[in-house]
Design a protein around this ligand. Sequence first.
Ligand SMILES: C=C(O[C@@H]1C=C(C(=O)O)C=C[C@H]1O)C(=O)O
Length: 348
Amino acid sequence: MPDQPPRAPGRAWFAGVELAGVTDVIDVCDQPERLREPGWWVVVGEFDGRVRAWRFDEATSAPEPAPHEPVTGTWRSSLDHDAYVRAVEDVRGRILEGDVYQANICRVMSVDVPQEPDARALAHVLARGNPAPYAGGVQVDGAWVVCASPELYLRIDGDVVTSAPIKGTAPTRAGLTAKDRAENVMITDLVRNDLQHVCEPGTVEVTTLLGIEEHPGLAHLVSTVQGRLVGASDDDLWARLLDATYPPGSVSGAPKSSALRIIGELEPVERGPYCGAFGWVHVDDDGRTRAELAVAIRTFWWADGVLRFGTGAGITWGSDAEAEWAETQLKAARLVGLASGTTDPVTD
Ligand SMILES: C=C(O[C@@H]1C=C(C(=O)O)C=C[C@H]1O)C(=O)O
């Protein structure tokens, strides 16, 4: 019998499909050509670090998960109320000086969970209590992520690339303001510019501007940008895509390079997979690629005995610091409540 390829335990799941049996792990920036090899890949990109992909050799329908063990410890925040409010005022000062015109400022919540939790069990609770279009998870050696993201970073279907930045958040659609619309337009323009670097000239268009989407407990403004890729089957596709668009504009700010510098100065801890990319890539035997990567917001990750969850908001000149803090609370409350067992997935 021929030798079987080495196969490690681990699994991932998206939209009812479960992937099992890791055969390869790659650093996408070092080996972008590997992500053109046929099969199912799962991508986890850290906002401030590596973008890695795991290849799986088996796709099945997801089995019923074990029950989720509610998290019992006390959640901490990398920026407390006062520190977050100071950071918002700091960004407004830099906007006044002309350094930047939007920066997304985030905080990381964390709680001690010494034993590695069952990611699939948490994902199941979130799927019931907070269904999300880009929900998924992965639990492999080197990555533990459960994502309930409403935001599309990149969809690839052959040579068509789509991104749908979210900017503008309120408890209900009636609460969305002119400030939210301005915030969204800035980032939509940035994403358009990012995609122009990898698309045929003249093909990038905004197919929806300022659409409204409702998710459990909040409403978002969502725009959609689409273009036709140059060299969609070339080996360097992912190198060019990441170079042009990573990290995602909506969770960085504009101009992106200034926003990233400011984020590095104001946020005390790294974001890890939060605000990075998370999703799947499928390459057919004939090389056609389909992929769906979320902006990894509304995302939990576990490492070294600590479960983390990130929450943040886009800061512009029109920001009110207390309202931005409240927005970060709103985005976290339901999901952290579900993980902690204080929000009932069925009735709340
Ligand atoms: C950073 C987050 O959200 C980002 C900021 C948003 C906003 O300011 O309205 C909306 C979606 C995200 O792009 C988060 O949810 O943690």
